[in-house]
Write a protein that binds this ligand. Sequence first.
Ligand code: SF4
Ligand code: SF4
Length: 379
Amino acid sequence: MAKVFNWQLNREMTYRFEEARPQRQAGAVFDTNKCIACQTCTMACKTTWTSGKGQEFMFWNNVETKPWGSYPMAWDVKILNTLGAQSWDGNTYTGKTIFESAEQGEYHVGYLPDDMDYAGPNRGEDELSSVMSEEKFYLKMPHDAWFFYLPRICNHCTYPACLQSCPRTSIYKRPEDGIVLLDQSRCRGYRECVRACPYKKVMYNHVTRVSEKCVLCYPAVEKGVQTRCMRTCIGKIRTFGFVSPPDKVREDNPVDFLVHVRKVALPLLPQLGLEPNIYYIPPIHVGSQAFLRMMFGPGAEQAVATYKNAMEGNDPELLGVLMLNVSTDRIIHKFNVSNGQVAGFGENGQELVRVPLKEPTIVRPAFDPTLAVYRYNTA
Ligand code: SF4
Ligand code: SF4
């Protein structure tokens, strides 16, 4: 086993292969505060990639309701229970990753879901995390009862468990953009990757008898276009682009800005050790800070405070980056906030989009002389 540096854990850890970071790493930020669980992303992905035989149960993009929801069933509870106690000392993880918990002769801990674990995505998920008692029948913030939506895709991890598990070396990480792909012509369906991925984002096709996973719409990304799930997001929660390691941060890169500069976007279950490259802005209304720390690591509370500060109008740059979400199909590499507007630029510096930080309010006169009609302003 090699020693590699995982910046999300702020320490070295063991992994099967030497550290080999791609030239650049595709990644994204999802703002959980804006997701409405419309599942448009889920269906955009499904109709593009998984509408064939043997793929009926597959959702490379799914949206689940936390704390209870999960697809496949209880994926997070099972892996966290297997991992045992997890602890942080400040920003340094002092517990064990899934690689360090492995028994002699194994590369990681993991489990293979049952077929029925995939049978009920979203069934009965929108349940509150507690019962409202009589004396709590009044509104206060945060609510005592809460839930939030968590969209999930493959994290195109820096240290993918799926990749290191494959006896056929069918899974590889592209050096040009860090996208993790599975070569189906090499796969023999051993399902080691399904067992290994703690996020359960590799799925087995019982008809073709090979495994499949999210390809991060690489044909689009190669053309400078965002993935299907990002472009179609109704809630405009998604910032897509490239994320740098901490020593190569570019402050004008939207994803770097959210992850490294403002530190408002955090990895999902960083303690597992994979250095996932999809980041989340934690929900601000959740009553349990301990739950957020478990899900997103020790920076969760500060991220919530930073986000609230921006929503109160005190951080135009952060607001500006978030206003760029889903404002263009193209990948934004650079942003700039000035004169009450945010502009997004492409790889070659060309302006792709310009958005006002505050939408203007236009009040029409009640009488329209052109058509000789009266109109109501409803906004
Ligand atoms: S999320 Fe799972 S499938 Fe995706 S790269 Fe990481 S280990 Fe592999
Ligand atoms: S399309 Fe956007 S808002 Fe709708 S469920 Fe997906 S991530 Fe959430």
